[in-house]
Every structure is written in structure tokens, then in C-alpha cells.
Design a protein around this ligand. Structure first.
Ligand SMILES: Cc1cc2nc3c(=O)[nH]c(=O)nc-3n(C[C@H](O)[C@H](O)[C@H](O)COP(=O)(O)OP(=O)(O)OC[C@H]3O[C@@H](n4cnc5c(N)ncnc54)[C@H](O)[C@@H]3O)c2cc1C
Length: 381
């Protein structure tokens, strides 16, 4: 057991922190207001290889591992959650391709995405379901050497950017879900207006409409009927991104609470003089440390997944704890702010709106607990 960072880990963390403080913090309010990430920010992220931190250099990545990824994502999210959410959804897609893709697929689709020339998507959710692969209604019909995809995908992050989308559809050859690599904005691909979601602005959510989209058979990911394993393992990797995004939110909420407690005056002394406020500061510190080490540990585990089921449990329990903790810490920080914390002029109000998103995405909190219990019970057999 070693809780000391390596030189490389410190370097990635420091580089992301500097970028976040210098470039993201000054535009965070604008990103929230306009629900759009400025082009120069995307360019800056790409220049620092922040779109491909965990992946091998031969596929355009930075070779920083998932341990480096969580450290960088925490800093990015602390400054601007919408940017972190964009990278998290992008990395969910790339992680699935990284594990299940052929050499050609990885070179073709990961390289421009890791370099930030493209932003990737992962499209599972549909109007009927977000949790149950058996209810998928999107179809893939084999015609000659192609599949023809038809259906609607709901709430898909990054669907507005060009790049690859991993799209799940029921394959008519097997009657089961398979994954397909679709180039966004190909013929038959269209999108809705962005959903007006409550928080994490900048990261956009759109519906995707697939109308007779022709996909070469070689763009099937992982082989026929592999949809479910791709979904399970892909989403486990996705939870590394969601957990580190929530971790950055916890840090931001904690810092805002401490700042307010030391600046807000009551009878000529800061409110941090009150023991009740000090207890809240301690609660935030305790919760941040617990969430932090659980998330860093998940990053290290993601570097070397031998048993997808065991990893699914670790990812699910980390994601549940860290996302729930972000809601708790944002709430505690609001208590320190009193009514000011409910005003949109204060950063903590935005953080709270971001916080309540985490438990509902990449598998709702209840489903995470069912995964944890299911694997735990199976391990005892
Ligand atoms: C910010 C954001 C980003 C997103 N990005 C993406 C994306 O990039 N790609 C994508 O595919 N989706 C994305 N989504 C969609 C999201 O992943 C789904 O909405 C989520 O998984 C939940 O699905 P649902 O809303 O259909 O809820 P449902 O699955 O309908 O669940 C609703 C409720 O029913 C309960 N429930 C459902 N099934 C069971 C069961 N079997 N046992 C017990 N309880 C159950 C759940 O616990 C929950 O409380 C995103 C959503 C948001 C808000």
C-alpha cells in the first residue's frame, strides 16, 4: 500500500490544475450561462492531451493511465463541471473501444478523439429505458455487408460534436443487443435541440434520431450480441469519469463553504468562530477525504481490469458513494451560506444543481447498489 503520488501523477495533476485555474475558472460562469464550451477551451484541452489521458500513445493518447485521468478530472471539474462531463462521456466511449475494438477500429476512431479533433459519444438510453438492455428498441438489420440502424437515442452526451458514437441496437441476426461504431452526422443521423438540464451546463445532452443509417459490418464492436458486455464494462469505466467529476464538485463545494465561513462577518468576527460552522467544515473535510481516496483507488484499479465483474462492483460502489457525497457536501456548504446559498449569484447554488445529477446517471443509484449486492453475494457462493 502506498499513498504517495508518483512524479508522473503529480505532473498530470499539476498540469490540469494550472489549466483549470488559468483558463477554466475565468469562463466557468459564461459556460454555465450559455451552456456552451468556448472553442479555445476545447483547443487548449486538446493541446494538453486532456481528451486522451488514460489511453496508449499508439492510439493518440497521453499514456497517463486512469490514475492520471482521475487526478486531472478532479481539477477540471472543480473549475468547470460541464467540461469534465464532456470529457467523461467521451472517455466512456473511448474506453469501450479500447477494450472491445479491433486494432483498425482503435487506430481509426480513438486517434482523432484522443487528440481532441473529435468528441465521442456512447448511446444506450432510449425513450423507453435507461437501465434495461432488454427493452432496447433501436434495430440493426443486416443487408449485405452493412447494418441498417433505425431508432431514437435519448439524453446522449456530446451527440452534437463530430466523432464516433458507440450505438447499441438489437441486431436482427441474433435478436440481442450489439454495439456499432457510427460516425456522427453521417447520412440518416440527426439530433434534437439540447435538453435544458438543471446543471453541468456546457456538457450538452441531445436525442439522436437514426433513420436508415448504414453502418459497414466491420464497424460492429466486439462481435455479434456483445452489446451487454460492452455496456457493462464500458459503463464501469464511465463511472471512473463520473466519480472524478463528482469528486471535483465536492472539492469546489467544500472550498466555497470554507471561504464563506471565513469571509462572512458576525459581530466583527467571521462565522467560522461558531462551533456549529466548524462542525460543518469538519464534515466536509471528512467526506472529501473519503471520496477522494475511493476515487483514486478506482483509477488505479481501472488500469488493470482482470475480472470485469469484480471491477463493476468497485466502480458501482465508488460512483454511488462519491455522487451521493457530492450532494451531501453541497448541502452542508449551502447550510454554511444560509439563504445566500440559495441565490444563483453564489457559486454553491450552481454546485448543488450539478450535484443532484450524479446519482441519476450512468446507472441510477439503486441499480449501483443492486450491482454491489449481486457481485458480493455471488462471491460468497
Ligand atoms: C447529464 C446526463 C448525461 C447522460 N449521458 C448519457 C449518455 O451519454 N449516454 C446514454 O446512453 N445515456 C445518458 N444519459 C441517460 C442516463 O444514463 C439514464 O437516464 C439513466 O441511466 C437512467 O435511466 P432512466 O432515466 O431511463 O431511468 P429508468 O431506467 O427508467 O429508472 C427510473 C427509476 O426506476 C428504477 N429502476 C429501473 N429499473 C430498475 C430495476 N431493474 N430494478 C430496480 N429499480 C429499477 C431506477 O432505480 C430509477 O429510480 C445521461 C443522463 C444525464 C442526466
Amino acid at each position: 500500500m502506498n499513498f504517495t503520488f508518483t512524479k508522473e501523477q503529480l505532473m498530470i495533476q499539476q498540469m490540469a490544475k494550472e489549466f483549470a485555474e488559468k483558463y477554466l475558472e475565468p469562463v466557468a460562469e459564461q459556460v454555465d450561462r450559455e451552456n456552451k464550451i468556448p472553442d479555445e477551451i476545447l483547443k487548449g484541452l486538446a493541446e494538453l492531451d486532456l481528451f486522451g489521458i488514460p489511453y496508449a500513445e499508439e492510439y493518440g493518447g497521453a499514456g497517463g493511465g486512469y490514475d492520471g485521468y482521475v487526478l486531472a478530472m478532479e481539477q477540471i471539474s472543480r473549475a468547470c463541471s460541464g467540461v469534465a462531463m464532456t470529457i467523461s462521456a467521451h472517455s466512456l466511449s473511448l474506453s469501450a473501444i479500447n477494450v472491445f475494438g479491433t486494432e483498425e477500429q482503435k487506430k481509426k476512431y480513438m486517434t482523432p478523439a484522443c487528440k481532441g479533433e473529435h468528441i465521442a459519444s456512447f448511446a444506450f438510453t432510449e425513450p423507453q429505458t435507461g437501465s434495461d438492455p432488454k427493452q432496447l428498441a433501436t434495430t440493426a438489420k443486416k443487408v449485405g455487408n452493412e447494418y441498417i440502424l433505425n431508432g431514437t437515442k435519448r439524453f446522449i452526451s456530446n451527440a452534437n460534436w463530430p466523432g464516433v458514437a458507440v450505438i447499441f441496437a438489437v441486431d436482427d441476426q441474433t435478436g440481442k443487443p450489439s454495439g456499432f461504431l457510427v460516425e456522427k452526422f453521417c447520412e440518416g443521423y440527426s439530433i434534437s435541440e439540447p435538453w435544458d438540464k438543471i446543471g453541468m451546463h456546457g456538457g450538452q445532452l441531445l436525442d439522436i434520431y437514426l433513420k436508415d443509417v448504414r453502418v459497414p459490418a466491420e464497424n460492429m464492436l466486439g462481435g455479434p450480441s456483445m452489446g451487454y458486455p460492452i455496456l457493462q464494462l464500458g459503463i464501469s469505466f464511465g463511472k471512473v469519469g463520473v466519480s472524478s467529476t463528482a469528486l471535483g464538485g465536492i472539492l469546489a463545494a467544500y472550498e466555497e463553504g470554507v471561504k464563506y465561513a471565513t469571509e462572512k462577518m458576525h459581530r466583527d468576527a467571521p462565522i467560522s468562530k461558531f462551533q456549529a460552522v466548524q462542525l460543518r467544515i469538519a464534515d466536509m473535510a471528512i467526506k472529501y477525504e473519503a471520496a477522494r481516496w475511493l476515487t483514486y483507488r478506482l483509477g488505479c484499479l481501472a488500469n488493470n481490469v482482470k475480472d470485469p465483474r469484480a471491477f463493476a462492483k468497485e466502480a458501482a460502489l465508488t460512483k454511488t458513494f462519491v455522487c451521493d457525497t457530492m450532494v451531501d457536501v453541497a448541502r452542508i456548504s449551502i447550510d454554511i451560506h444560509g439563504s445566500y446559498g440559495l441565490m444563483n449569484d453564489y457559486k454553491i447554488a450552481k454546485i448543488y444543481k450539478d450535484a443532484i445529477i450524479g446519482p441519476e446517471i450512468e446507472g441510477v443509484a439503486d441499480m449501483q447498489k443492486l450491482i454491489v449486492a449481486g457481485v458480493t453475494l455471488a462471491e460468497r457462493k
